[in-house]
Design a protein around this ligand. Sequence first.
Ligand code: G3P
Ligand code: MG
Length: 246
Amino acid sequence: MTPWPYPRWLAHRGAGKLAPENTLAAFRLGAGLGYTAFECDVKLSADGVPFLLHDDALDRTSNGAGTASALPWADLSQLDAGSWHSRTFAGESLPTLQAVAAFVLRNGFSLNIEIKPTLGADVPTGQRVAALADRLWAGQAVPPLLSSFRPEALAAAQAAAPALPRALLLDTLWPGWFECATELGCVAVVTQHGLMNTELLNRLHAAGWRALVYTVNDATDAERLLALGVEGLITDNLNGFAPATG
Ligand code: G3P
Ligand code: MG
């Protein structure tokens, strides 16, 4: 297997629950706590701009309402994505992938871009996110890791930017996942942490893939997974786990 360039600990959605998820404020906070690798969720605006948001709808994590992908970036960029979390972050914006890439690259950090298509938008999201990431990280030693629960999004990413590394996300071991990851040319599989065990880890490693897990917030779970030898743990618990020790 080629050397794995990513840190073992990744901050989930920027800084877990310590700051408004998927905002630059979250990334800054995560960085301040020593994290150098980050996971974030990326989808498309109505005019095709890749930006960070977990849910299809704006309601939970901004002062907007309804389906985010129905709005152009000019409208999305005006929303407050921080006040829902706390007054400290009032006025924080939804970030574009481009803005997050600039932050990550300026600081020499690593990024796991979870391609998170709005329902029905797997192919354009995979295509546009991968094409943009390919441009933004051109010439960089460590590319972003593209992951998704959606095989069609990863297939579109593969077609658009074949050189960018891909990982299949699994919340269950659904029939055909192994063949799917093989066809997608994945370098890693990212599972819900409870699914990971010695048998699965050995199967992944035998296929030449790395094993990553989400979302590991409990110390007992972390100890088990580190003892197993997973290559990556995605966590909300930034105060609980010191990335420098991992
Ligand atoms: O990428 C790992 C993890 O973020 C997947 O779950 O729902 O938090 O995006 P979710
Ligand atoms: Mg995610």
